[in-house]
Design a binder for this molecule. Structure first.
Ligand SMILES: Nc1ncnc2c1ncn2[C@@H]1O[C@H](COP(=O)(O)OP(=O)(O)O)[C@@H](O)[C@H]1O
Ligand SMILES: N[C@@H](CC(=O)OP(=O)(O)O)C(=O)O
Length: 418
């Protein structure tokens, strides 16, 4: 059986949904589980809705109306008037209408997941209805009853044993009767609340289903020809990798290559399931294969750009040397605030760390660090990682910029730039 994942870009309009149907039809005769993300930039819009609800701002209703209008417009283009999918969409949105009528009572991250998850709940209704409308037999599946997580809202931790048991118990029989369409990015708690698996987590959903079902492969259908040596939105003259090892793909996602969610590869590597990254605009193109025994060929360095970085410089209040005990306290605070260090350096009197800027987390971290240390910081920086670098490539990406921190090892160079 095959697992297909279609991201937001692939279903951003009616044409995208029609194309999705064509891609799936080209694989007629296979058992296919289809994982779909929210349409276009809906998750960003739902994040804005959540913020407006929490801050009590006037734009809350207009934001929600725009989200509804966007989906109804796509459904109208696909189905015309009077199709039952309009009731399904309305019933999904109405849950949020009820929620935002009252003042927020619950924890922010809990409410975030209940609101933001609506994007995938609606997109899958539309895709499933389109399949059935065009003669593709398919069934809509509520993923929250199959991917079980703890209650870490916004970053649900998967309970693999429970998830494997649920998926293997009922999905194989469903696949015998047609395509299964389900939501990426979502999970469910034991109290039946919705969780999300972390932004851009739909790739991970596909990988969880594939691992639990022993799939032949996972294909993520993207708006790029495959995995390139750099993001084509930032670099011209990129080259595509025909194949990559799991190890190299893990390294790329670890350093921030946003084309694949970082948690996606490991479950596939463990089960030796290939991950194919292919363009949804050209289903017959070979794309990139991440698989066992792949031969990596690096004709150009891999370049990964992470924007919105902060460089924190931390020193002891009494100007003493930075000791192991200081480092242990500092890392304790990073762990407590769930902050990942992207790059770090220690000198006699200070410890410097490069982290992603996330307003709410950063302020809390800063306050707790300041209780025990002197802290200075620089924000709005860019971290560039070059795997299999050449000195010329490093010079090229740093030209005209100020380098605030640089590190090189045999395979990897990293620079923080202003
Ligand atoms: N090394 C890379 N190769 C290809 N695409 C990349 C790379 N790094 C970043 N990207 C970006 O990833 C995007 C595709 O991933 P993403 O937006 O998450 O897809 P989707 O949400 O549709 O699954 C591309 O449009 C591209 O800008
Ligand atoms: N819709 C979610 C999950 C996801 O993976 O989306 P996409 O496949 O479009 O990156 C997000 O935007 O975070």
């Amino acid at each position: 059986m095959l697992v297909f994942k279609f991201g937001g870009a692939s279903v951003k309009d009616a044409q995208g949904v029609i194309n999705l149907g064509k891609v799936v039809s080209a694989y007629n005769g296979n058992q296919i589980l289809v994982v779909v993300s929210a349409m276009g930039k809906t998750t960003n819009a739902l994040e804005r809705l959540t913020n407006a609800y929490f801050n009590g701002t006037d734009d809350m209703h207009p934001i929600f109306e725009e989200i509804k209008e966007y989906h109804y417009h796509i459904a109208h283009e696909l189905f015309g008037e009077g199709h039952p999918v309009f009731d399904e969409i309305a019933n999904t949105f109405v849950e949020i209408d009820w929620m935002i009528e009252d003042e927020p009572q619950d924890d922010h991250d809990f409410i975030y997941d209940q609101i933001v998850s609506i994007g995938e709940m609606v997109s899958t209704r539309i895709v499933n209805a389109w399949f059935n409308h065009t003669g593709i037999t398919s069934k809509w599946l509520d993923v929250r009853g199959y991917i079980h997580t703890d209650n870490t809202y916004r970053e649900g931790v998967v309970d693999w044993d429970k998830t494997r048991a649920s998926i293997s118990k009922s999905i194989p029989a469903l696949l015998n009767n047609g395509i299964v369409v389900t939501q990426g990015f979502l999970g469910g708690t034991s109290e039946n609340f919705t969780t999300t698996l972390g932004r851009e987590g739909s790739d991970y959903t596909a990988s969880i289903f594939a691992a639990c079902l022993g799939a032949e492969s996972v294909t993520t259908w993207k708006d790029v020809p495959g995995i390139l040596n750099a993001d084509p939105k930032h670099f011209a003259d990129t080259i595509k990798f025909d194949e990559l090892s799991y190890q190299e793909a893990i390294e790329m996602t670890y350093y921030g290559a946003s084309v694949i969610h970082p948690k996606t590869i490991k479950p596939l590597q463990n089960a030796r399931i290939p991950l194919l990254v292919k363009p949804f605009t050209d289903p017959t193109a070979p794309g990139t294969q991440i698989k066992e025994g792949a031969v990596n060929k690096f004709e150009k360095p891999v370049i990964i750009v992470k924007q919105n970085q902060v460089l924190l410089s931390i020193s002891a209040n009494d100007y003493s040397f930075i000791s192991e005990s200081h480092l242990s306290d500092i890392f304790g605070l990073f762990a407590k605030h769930n902050v990942k260090v992207n790059m770090m350096q220690t000198s006699a009197l200070s410890f410097t760390a490069c982290i992603d800027y996330a307003a709410d987390k950063f302020e809390k971290l800063l306050q707790t660090l300041k209780a025990s240390f002197k802290v200075k910081y620089n924000n709005e920086l860019t971290l560039i990682t070059l795997r299999h670098y050449t000195n010329e490539a490093v010079d090229e990406v740093t030209a005209g910029k100020t380098i605030l921190m640089k590190q090189t090892s045999r395979n990897t160079a990293q620079v923080v730039l202003k």
